[in-house]
Design a protein around this ligand. Structure first.
Ligand code: FAD
Length: 472
């Protein structure tokens, strides 16, 4: 009879390489039971992210099978699921990679306490980030609120080398039963556009590594000058894979460093962007209210407008402002949105429409396949002006000016807005298939007139901010 197995509870770490928890478990020499739990916290994520997670689970299960293992799927609150599996398998410990969002932390803390009370080893590992959020501290022993000092603190910090994927995982004598992934219907809420979105996804560890290789070989050199132009294929697109842990940040960091040492001009800038992800998680760990409240106390009284007919036009990509609409349509068709475009649609919603940033945050969470609770919250509070190290309130992006600068030949706008061309490209037409039917959008209808004059919207936003400042 072999030694008692370990349960490996996978969450946002669906990969084999660069995986500290997995490497340590392999070294233990015990049989390993990989497990994914569809718990209420995971059930609650947005439609696109849940659908995309289902694709990732299928890929990961196949990778595990290729190294002689299996992915056991169970549904229900984490603790009872783990307790049942411990009883069924005689496993002697549960291991997982740490997460830092409030819902995961609350769940994991409760699970750890309950398992320890039963004298079951419950061990959490690093691996989701380059650096543990509690280990990066200012000289005063506090957390960072501003990005540049954070970057300066971590740029020279040691990042351990990524481990290779194990070639084989020891199997238990008896595998516990698994639920069928299909029975979970992970794409149920994504009925509106899964078929359209699918070809734009690069699912799984092998696809993620290909993306990284292509990026480092062909794009990293020009990254700095090209990354702001949404019509160019100039960024890594790794956010989609990082979200599900199909690739580890250490591997990306070391590849970026290698490119930098070999003289790639854009490599340091790329590393800086990767560190924005770290910074977002650092902030979410230390100030969890960033996900739900204006981060700056003095913004609590700001009269944000709630959801409205104008916000609905924004959601539908029908504002009549082409850069804004192209970006929203890009999100429905591809599942992601270019970073510059995220800033522009965010500024338009929160400044020109004076709408609460949480309206946008929630909609992104519903529609993005690269949804990340930390980057999304930080990004929205940055554009709104209410966050740490945010864009100042008087910085109101002008979507028309931004379009002239970053989409000078209107390639991006034409790619996603069918109404602007006589023979529109496929992506523009796919938009009408990707959105809910009940929206009743007609590809033959003329493109709408702008719903707000840009100068008037800007003046209204500045007046609202001036009034807020006068009251302080
Ligand atoms: P690259 O330019 O290749 O950058 C490499 C990696 O660095 C990215 O994959 C990402 O992990 C990280 N990164 C780059 N820019 C940022 C940034 N500004 N903030 C945090 N990390 C960054 N990113 C998400 O991953 N998920 C989200 O839900 C999300 N929501 C956002 C909402 C708003 C309003 C804004 C302004 C930004 C948001 N971002 C989000 C950040 C950013 O837009 C994306 O990370 C980026 O577009 C991903 O494209 P890429 O992988 O090609 O990035």
């Amino acid at each position: 009879m072999s030694a008692a197995p370990l349960l490996l509870w996978f969450r946002r770490d669906l990969r084999l390489a660069d995986h500290p928890m997995l490497s340590r478990a392999v070294v233990s020499g015990r049989p390993l039971i990989p497990l994914f739990i569809l718990d209420p916290e995971t059930e609650a994520i947005g439609a696109a992210a849940k659908w995309r997670l289902g694709l990732s689970l299928a890929d990961f299960a196949a990778r595990l099978a290729a190294v002689g293992s299996r992915l056991i799927l169970r549904r229900g609150p984490a603790l009872p699921v783990l307790e049942a599996l411990l009883a069924e398998t005689g496993a002697e410990g549960v291991h997982w990679s740490r997460l830092y969002d409030p819902a995961s932390k609350a769940r994991d803390t409760a699970v750890k306490a309950a398992l320890k009370a039963r004298e079951v080893a419950a061990v959490s590992h690093d691996g989701f980030l380059l650096h543990e959020p509690m280990e990066v501290q200012t000289g005063q022993g506090s957390y960072y609120k501003v990005y540049t000092p954070f970057w300066n603190a971590v740029r020279g910090r040691d990042v351990s080398s990524p481990d290779a994927a194990p070639k084989a995982l020891a199997a238990p004598d008896h595998w516990p039963a698994s639920e069928a992934l299909d029975s979970w219907q992970m794409g149920r809420a994504m009925w509106r556009g899964a078929a359209v979105c699918l070809p734009y996804q690069a699912v799984g560890e092998a696809a993620a590594r290909d993306r990284l290789s292509v990026f480092v070989a062909d794009k990293i050199n020009a990254y700095r000058e090209s990354r702001d132009f949404p019509a160019r294929d100039a960024t890594s697109r790794l956010s989609e894979n990082l979200t599900y842990g199909e690739i580890g940040p250490r591997l990306i960091w070391h590849e970026g460093r290698r490119a930098m040492q070999e003289g790639a001009a854009g490599a340091e800038h790329f590393l800086k962007e990767l560190v924005w992800r770290e910074f977002a998680w650092h902030l979410l760990h230390h100030t969890p209210h960033i996900a739900t409240q204006n981060w700056r106390e003095d913004w609590q009284a700001f009269p944000w407008q709630g959801d409205s007919a104008a916000a609905e036009r924004w959601r539908r990509g029908m504002t009549g402002e082409p850069f804004v609409d192209a970006a929203m349509r890009e999100m429905y068709v591809t599942g992601t949105m270019h970073n510059r475009a995220r800033m522009i649609v965010g500024s338009y919603l929160t400044k020109h429409l004076l709408t609460d940033w949480r309206v946008g945050q929630v909609w992104f969470a519903e529609c993005l396949t690269d949804w990340d609770p930390a980057a999304n919250a930080m990004g929205w509070q940055w554009v709104a002006g209410s966050g740490p190290d945010a864009a100042p309130y008087f910085r109101v992006f002008n979507p028309a000016g931004q379009a002239e600068k970053f989409d000078p030949n209107a390639l991006y706008r034409r790619r996603f807005i069918a109404e602007l061309s006589r023979s529109p490209p496929p992506e523009a037409c796919q938009y009408f298939e990707a959105v809910p039917r009940r929206w009743g959008l007609d590809p033959q209808a003329p493109y709408p007139a702008p719903m707000i004059a840009l100068e008037a919207g800007r003046a209204r936003a500045l007046a609202a901010y001036a009034a807020r400042n006068a009251e302080r």
